[in-house]
Design a protein around this ligand. Sequence first.
Ligand code: SAM
Length: 356
Amino acid sequence: MTRKYLYTVLERVYRDVKPDLSDIEYLLGLENEEDMRILFKYAEYVTREYCGDAILLRGIIEFSSYCNNTCLYCGLNKYNKNLKRYRLNKKEIMDSVEQIVSVGIKTVVLQSGQDDELNIDEFTDLITEIKQTYDIAITLSLGEYEYELCREWQKAGADRYLLKIETSNKSLYESLHPEMSYEKRLHCSRNLKLLGYQLGSGCIVGLKNQTISSLAKDVLFFKKEDFDMVSVGLFIPHGKTALKNEPLGNLNLTLKMIAVTRIVTKNALMPATTSIGNIGNSDQRVLALNAGANVVMLNFTPKQYKELYSIYPPNGNINNNAREYLNILEKTAKKINRELDYSRGDSIKQKQKSHV
Ligand code: SAM
């Protein structure tokens, strides 16, 4: 196909309210270096047009590694009996929140496995206390919970929720999540939307038996569900899971997926995921920022627990010293003509809707 055809497809995918599946498949299938460069550049323009030049900052606290889920790709899954599990107490969490605030970040992400032993009342009180102590946004990433409970957490002060669909292909989802239900995950996601949470979804690129067509459908799913945030991660095999012998996800395909998602969803907030920083010989999250991402998450889990939150094996690329990393990121941002944004970084979609 000619370069002219590439531009025609890019324009069409950008313009169409319902982009064509085959156009998205075509873009995800690009192999030529120059074609990919054009795709990433196009996505960067769309990012600047709809989200500005800002790189939004989040601080994540992985407060519990207990998990009752079965996700075959994840080291936290309940079959991994080798893993020492932990749950942070309130003081440890509040100390970590204080560190996030002390470097100027105004969003805390509280993440855990699907922790069925979580003390619900204590957790709700924790949300209240964080909101009473600090003027910051709270994102929850805890897994699947009932509507009523999510409403309680929202009343207590939670602003956002991250619940990745991982793949929108029901049969692929079910092959990778035995005993779990695609419908249940989708139902929870839609409940969160109904409640008015700023809602994030996302997928993993490189899952066993995943196809380009399935990824293209993920993009259309993100568009249809109108998520405020979309996180595109890259599969990293974990030695203590059923998928330990599967190959590492493809970086270029992940970047293409970020770029196409940006072009289609326009103003969704999209992180340069930690998984991308965690492969190869150096932190490559800047590649994601140049392909449509506009959020970076820094990890504030206390040092002694970080290794135990073993979603995938860390390779030492990620600089976990927040101040040092923010200095590095500041320089990186300058080089690529972007700037770090220390505001809360709320949903652009919701802001626009409230102005209508
Ligand atoms: N329990 C919560 C839930 O169900 O959404 C959130 C915690 S979960 C450990 C966080 C994310 O890690 C998942 O949404 C998944 O995309 C990602 N993840 C887990 N294992 C991974 C792997 N091997 N490679 C890349 N991403 C992975």
